[in-house]
Design a protein. Structure first.
Lengths: 541, 307
């Protein structure tokens, strides 16, 4: 789920006033559209909800982005474009934001979409009665009184959002957020229909009851099997929408999904680890791999409960140096993943991967250095380093861990035992620093380096290894107000390459089998992978 | 007989209560909760959510509230994970799915299994017998998680005859592979049990008497041998039936049917407390009910058994 924990997209969207052209499916002139314009894709798991203020998972957000529309959308590159709002303006030193709404926007029952629908939705999100897992998003957005409302100290009606007229939305903030507008692409800020929610209560999101303002409406939902959304003729830009029907099929098993894709039942599915080269060879026009804003890493537990050996920076470096990332990406995963020597992926906007030593060496040089470091730290074949590598149960994590342990054993004589735990147990154990070395995976909440690097700061709730460095903390704090924070990020990555609190292993890719008729309209360059069915179209093969 | 049924139902209630309290305790003692996530929630937000789902209350109160809700309102509560759905919704949607493919699997497993076992016993040590025994062993050692992908590769990918999964309201095309994959191993077990039990019956004295009387084979089998030979099979069928109609994780996962077998496992992984409890109770009730049915069938088949 895309959340914006600690944000600084200022560099990206520092604009205070913006009017962009209206864009829907941009079908290039002369495109021969296919007769069949339905899109069927696989989801791993049933979505949590399609209620914008309740939804908390990726597959649910994908549906919500189709059936509802917020103030702003993202285009195929991830840039901000108008949604229900046609223009927005910051004033009062970025403490007040005013959005102008389009008058032609309608709910699927024909009612106009007004600023009050947003006021209702945002109050509902903060309201403790709603008990939304994303209530804190209002707090992160710095809306006036959000914190007090969540704590039950103030009424939801006191939230810093108002509608002076039906087509103007005014937001008052407690902190000057230059990137506030970008936060309104998040599903939890989408409008919701008060009348319908009050009429049906918890049943309002069921097909038949649900009223929404997006390009599609939910027409069928069989939990754990499928959900179907079809065109909303009331949508203001329905004329430029091409895909008629979107079906999400819940298929837990990725191999079963692949077979069903190959049998023509699906337009999109994930490629199981290791199978990309074969599929690319057999179906060169359908297998695609593109960079994602995600990193895979191992965290050293450097807290008091962690092993003494990991408090020695040389040990951490040695283990990182000896792990041959190319073997992991090219021989284990084989899906075009990128070896990682920094935590932040190179595809992150306004981020240049610094020339850290580990990234510059050959593997032979790294191995030699790793041996020296390990010797210097006092570990050798007679006195081997022993620890446990913990990961959550999954074939893929197991393969990576096995390869890593094997490399450490061969090159450094290290005895790493593997331990796997079921997801929820793993989270609890890792969160309590009850581990030596643990697997981690992180996807950026927004396209800026701080979404990764903030994890390494002392107060971060996601800093599982409890690494702490005063200089790093200060650099990250300063970055929030810096005109150009990129120098800070470079320095932070350098500190991390030196002290090695984590071992970055690889940067993820999106690896899909995708119907070649739709591949051309898929937003592969939007690294956050916020896609909207209304922008897609199928061409005649 | 009537008294026996009443007594069994009387025992069922405390059994279920123990089941509820025991499962509830086990579930809550598992590490991690329904709202444990990779990105921990701020304490105030978590508190609001826990208050909504009653998790802020003391444990004994949660259990009693839960039981009271079921007894007075038939309400199993909202799902903690699928927030648009109540447990009643989830079961009402998923149970008919497994019930449908479960009953079909049961019918096929029983009819084919019993016929195969009987024929094998009658034609003891013949080619037919060897085939039946070979088939049973083969089917038993081929688990459904191996069989399911093989079926899909053959019928979906190569032949293109059947859809590779999904349910679509349970149309027959969607039913065939799940039923084959689920029924085969049960069929094999039934055939084996039936064969050995039938062999034993056929070698007993009263069958020899029947033969000596000059009864035809058909009469011997259908009038005298079949009923007693079925007794061990019936013992097996009670739990087997519950097993089939409450679904199989493998079938649900592989064929994406949306049945409750998969929901049960997923709810445990998600710590979706209310769904775990709902399905546990459903399976508990069905197990108790069908064990009772088996006991009643016993009395009907075997006149020696009286309650």
């Amino acid at each position: 789920m895309k959340s914006f924990t600690k944000i600084l997209t200022a560099a990206l969207i520092g604009t205070t006033f913006l009017v962009a052209p209206v864009l829907a499916a941009k079908v290039p002139a002369g495109t021969n559209l296919a007769a069949d314009q339905t899109f069927t894709y696989r989801v791993l798991d049933e979505h949590s909800s399609v209620d914008p203020q309740i939804v908390e998972d990726v597959s649910g957000s994908e549906i919500v982005r189709d059936i509802f529309e917020g103030l702003l959308n993202q285009d195929a590159l991830g840039n901000l474009i108008p949604g229900v709002a046609t223009s927005w303006e910051a004033s009062n030193g970025n403490l007040t934001y005013t959005f102008k709404l389009r008058k032609e926007a309608k709910w699927s029952n024909g009612d106009p979409v007004t600023a009050n629908d947003f006021v209702y939705a945002w109050q509902r999100l903060a309201d403790p009665e709603t008990a939304s897992a994303y209530a804190w998003y209002m707090e992160i957005m710095s809306l006036e009184n959000a914190k007090e409302i969540i704590a039950g100290e103030k009424e939801p009606s006191e939230l810093g959002v108002s509608a002076p007229d039906d087509y103007t939305l005014v937001v008052n903030l407690t902190a000057p957020l230059p990137y506030f507008a970008a936060m309104t692409t998040h599903a939890s800020t989408f409008p919701s229909p008060q009348k319908v929610i009050e009429e049906f209560g918890a049943e309002w999101t069921k097909p038949g009851n649900i009223v929404s303002n997006g390009a599609y409406v939910l027409t069928e939902h069989v939990p754990n099997e499928r959900s179907v959304r079809e065109r909303n003729p009331m949508y203001w830009n329905d004329a430029e929408t091409v895909i008629t029907k979107v079906t999400a099929l819940v298929i837990n098993d990725e191999d079963a999904a692949l077979i069903r894709y190959l049998a023509g039942e699906l337009d999109r599915t994930e490629v199981p680890a290791g199978q990309y080269p074969r599929l690319k060879k057999e179906n060169p026009n359908e297998a695609i791999s593109f960079p994602r804003l995600c990193s895979y890493y191992y965290s050293f537990n450097v807290s008091d409960s962690g092993p003494e050996a990991f408090k020695d920076e040389r040990v951490r470096q040695a283990l990182s140096y000896a792990l041959d990332r190319n073997v992991v990406t090219e021989q284990v995963l084989k899906g075009g993943q990128f070896p990682a020597y920094t935590f932040t992926p190179g595809t992150t906007a306004n981020f240049t991967v610094p020339d850290v030593p580990i990234g510059q060496m050959t593997q032979a040089e790294r191995d030699a250095k790793a041996k020296d470091l390990m010797e210097a730290a006092g570990y050798n074949k007679d006195n081997p380093l022993k620890f446990e590598l913990l990961y959550n149960t999954s074939e893929e994590h197991k393969k990576v861990a096995t390869v890593a342990a094997q490399m450490w054993k061969q090159k450094l004589g290290v005895e790493a035992t593997l331990a796997n735990q079921e997801w929820k147990v793993f989270l609890e154990v890792r969160g309590k620093q009850d581990f030596d070395l643990a697997r981690g995976g992180w996807c950026g909440d927004y396209n800026e380096a701080s979404t990764f690097l903030d994890l390494m700061t002392t107060p971060s709730g996601y800093n599982d290894g409890k690494y702490s460095n005063a200089e790093l903390d200060k650099l990250m704090t300063d970055a929030k107000t810096a005109a150009d924070p990129s120098a800070n990020y470079t320095r932070v990555e350098e500190i991390m390459a030196e002290e090695m609190p984590i071992i970055p292993v690889y940067h993820y890719t999106g690896v899909y089998m995708m119907n070649e008729s739709i591949i051309g309209s898929w937003p592969v360059k939007n690294v956050e992978q916020n896609w909207y069915s209304r922008d897609l179209y199928k061409v005649e093969k | 007989m009537f008294k026996f049924i009443l007594k069994r139902l009387g025992i069922a209630i405390p059994t279920l209560l123990i089941l509820i309290v025991f499962s509830f305790t086990l579930m809550h003692s598992a590490p991690g909760g329904p709202f444990t996530s990779e990105r921990p929630l701020p304490p105030q937000v978590l508190a609001n959510i826990e208050a909504k789902y009653g998790l802020d209350q003391p444990f004994y109160k949660q259990v009693t509230n839960y039981i009271v809700g079921i007894v007075t309102k038939g309400d199993f509560g909202p799902s903690f994970k699928y927030k648009d759905r109540t447990v009643n919704d989830i079961i009402a949607q998923g149970f008919p799915v497994t019930l449908k493919y479960g009953i079909w699997s049961f019918i096929i497993a029983v009819s084919v299994g019993i016929s195969l076992g009987t024929v094998a016993a009658i034609k003891h040590n013949s080619i037919t017998d060897y085939f039946a025994v070979g088939f049973s062993i083969g089917a038993q050692v081929l688990p459904n998680f191996v069989m399911a992908p093989i079926l899909v590769i053959i019928f979906t990918l190569w032949l293109g005859w059947l859809p590779g999964g999904g349910w679509n309201g349970g149309q027959w095309q969607y039913l065939i592979m799940p039923v084959i994959a689920l029924s085969t191993s049960y069929m094999a077990s039934i055939a084996r049990i039936m064969r050995s039990s039938m062999l034993e019956v056929l070698n007993s004295n009263y069958i020899r008497t029947a033969k000596a009387k000059g009864l035809s084979n058909r009469q011997i089998i259908f009038k005298h041998a079949l009923k007693p030979a079925l007794l061990p099979v019936i013992t097996y069928l009670g739990p087997a039936f519950v097993g089939m109609i409450t679904g199989s994780v493998v079938i649900d996962m592989y064929f994406s049917t949306g049945g409750i077998g998969q929901m049960f496992v997923n709810s445990a992984l998600n710590r979706d407390y209310s769904v775990i409890m709902g399905i546990t109770i459903l399976i508990g009730v069905l197990t108790i009910a069908f064990n009772l049915v088996v006991d009643i069938l016993y009395a009907w088949i075997d006149p020696k058994i009286r309650y």
